[in-house]
Design a protein around this ligand. Structure first.
Ligand code: HGY
Ligand code: MN
Ligand code: MN
Length: 425
């Protein structure tokens, strides 16, 4: 195929993306797990997650695509290529949400990828490479920790057995939750295949940069690193009315002192370090009993691997020091450390030229949020297409994006996927 033919095909693919169909699919998908306040509660491997998978599998069947699930619970929608044995070009994101999540985080990447398959069909474009749209299992890491769990298993970052044994707060394992979803939404098992030829993920930026600059497309160059910890503070339960302060071993007041010390430790002048305690459990959680045990999460992010390594080690030291001063015991467990990711130029360059070809204002930037792309980038050329979201807000029910921006991002994605899938193999 000549360069001119390929250029024509890319324009045809983008020109066949339907804004209305893409928006309708979002409205339909957003009903599953709807909170009634404009957001979603569609946690990984819940019945709602299964319903979302069933919905898109139904759309896929109507188009003659095959839908399979792998042993980690990732769902793959496949449009065959003329060379079925060729490595697939992959796209997608995740269908699970935060407990008070938005309707676009993850969902957009899966639906934009599906829209690209339909646009290629509508344009009558056959590709040598098969194309797969993936809904990665438990990207959010809210029900099961850590996040991006399905893509971590797919790429070998986490052993499958470790993933299957992870438990949620109710003690349900991934394996048990998967068995339930296999029951409610049965899908054929995915046959093992070659590593993907490339991976491209469309996502809302989840930050304010594109919107504040008036840009429509983000050409993503990489993803900052993430370290996750679990902290357990053990004190001594006691009566609120009779226990003198001098003899208290109050796990909650010690946890408050710990978190304040860790905030001081991680406060940097550049305001680049992201330190978050998002989850806390207090036992026995009774107003008139001195808390004997507190657990809390730490989510630490930064573009520098060295800083994450150094700061993480200081967290251990700070926790020990403050715990001793508060006469409690404290343990810090390292949950995960995903190093900062820099994408190879191939896909980001394709995204940039696609945005230019579509005449869309675009900006080159790294991602502050984590994505499955951070794992895929270890096994194949990877990139992301960002679009703005309202006030840069995400992981909240007010998360919002416009039909026009969803449409623009899907056109860029269509060009990039067509370019990669049309390459001879
Ligand atoms: O936490 C993250 O960065 C992702 O949005 N789950
Ligand atoms: Mn996401
Ligand atoms: Mn998210």
């Amino acid at each position: 195929m000549s360069a001119a033919d390929v250029t024509g095909r890319l324009a045809q693919a983008a020109g066949s993306v339907s804004k209305d169909r893409l928006w309708r699919r979002h409205l339909e998908m957003s009903r599953i797990g709807a909170t009634g306040r404009g957001g979603l509660n569609r946690l990984a491997l819940t019945p709602e997650d299964g319903q979302a998978q069933a919905l898109i599998a139904g759309w896929a069947a109507a188009r003659g695509y095959t839908t399979t699930r792998d042993a980690a619970g990732n769902v793959f929608i496949r449009r065959e290529g003329s060379r079925p044995d060729a490595p697939a070009v992959m796209t997608g994101s995740h269908l699970d949400s935060q407990p008070n999540g938005g309707c676009f985080d993850g969902t957009y990447g899966v639906l934009a990828g599906f829209e690209v398959l339909e646009a290629l069909d509508d344009a009558g474009i056959a590709t040598p490479h098969p194309i797969e749209v993936v809904a990665w299992m438990n990207e959010e890491g809210s029900r099961f920790v850590p996040g991006a769990m399905g893509s971590a298993a797919f790429t070998g970052f986490l052993p499958l057995q470790d993933v299957l044994e992870k438990k949620d707060a109710a003690g349900v394992t991934v394996r048990e939750a998967l068995a339930r979803i296999d029951g409610s939404t049965p899908l054929a098992a995915r046959a093992p295949g070659p590593p993907p030829a490339a991976y491209v993920e469309a996502h809302i930026e989840q930050g304010p940069i594109l919107e504040s600059r008036g840009d429509t497309i983000g050409v993503v160059t990489g993803i900052q690193g993430i370290r996750r910890f679990a902290v357990e503070v053990l004190g001594e339960e006691g009566h609120a009315g009779t226990t003198p302060r001098a003899s208290r071993k109050d796990a909650l007041s010690a946890a408050v002192a710990l978190i304040s010390a860790l905030e001081r430790l991680t406060a940097d002048a550049e305001d680049q370090v992201r330190f978050t305690v998002g989850r806390m459990a207090v036992e026995p959680n009774s107003p008139n009993t001195i808390p004997g045990k507190v657990t809390f999460s730490i989510d630490l992010r930064h573009p520098s691997k060295d800083l994450l390594a150094r700061t993480g080690d200081l967290i251990h030291a700070t926790v020990s020091e403050v715990a001793a001063s508060r006469r409690v015991d404290a343990k810090v467990q390292d949950i995960s450390f995903v190093a900062p990711t820099t994408f190879l130029p191939l896909v980001p360059e394709a995204v940039r030229s696609a945005a230019s070809a579509e005449g869309l204002p675009h900006h080159v930037l790294p991602s502050g949020a984590g994505h499955d792309a951070m794992h895929l980038s270890r096994i194949c050329p990877t990139g992301m297409v960002f679009i703005p979201c309202l006030n840069g807000r995400s992981h909240t029910e007010v998360e919002s994006a416009t039909p026009e921006d969803l449409f623009a991002g899907a056109r860029v994605l269509a060009r990039v996927i067509a370019e990669l899938a049309l390459q001879s193999c």
